[in-house]
Design a protein around this ligand. Structure first.
Ligand SMILES: [Cu+2]
Length: 107
């Protein structure tokens, strides 16, 4: 049974690249849309390829006027591979949630 406050935790509602997607163009940024506003300074996003190496990302920030959307620039050009995006965020109610998803960059 979930406590009522659990509904206020930030869960991932939408992502770009989409969860499980196969895409043909390397993304310049990762966008994560949560159910609640998040504190960007306390959010961590990692992007790893099959080799387990973390790709270089910018500092997470929220979209102007939209604290539910967390944006992280991808700082290196990505080669075709299967990638995992892992996120750990703190919502404005100070609760921490985390998760991960994958996408495939195809040639
Ligand atoms: Cu919460």
């Amino acid at each position: 049974v979930l406590a009522p406050s659990a509904a206020a935790h930030a869960t991932l509602e939408q992502a770009s690249p989409r969860v499980g997607a196969t895409i043909g163009t390397a993304p310049r940024e990762i966008r994560l849309v949560f159910s609640e506003g998040v504190e960007p300074a306390l959010c961590r996003v990692t992007l790893t390829g099959r080799d387990g190496r973390a790709r270089a990302l910018g500092t997470p920030h929220t979209a102007p006027g939209d604290r539910r959307t967390l944006i992280v620039e991808v700082s290196e050009s990505l080669a075709p591979d299967a990638y995992k995006v892992a996120w750990r965020v703190v919502s404005v109610d100070s609760h921490t949630t985390q998760g991960d998803f994958s996408f495939v960059l195809a040639r």
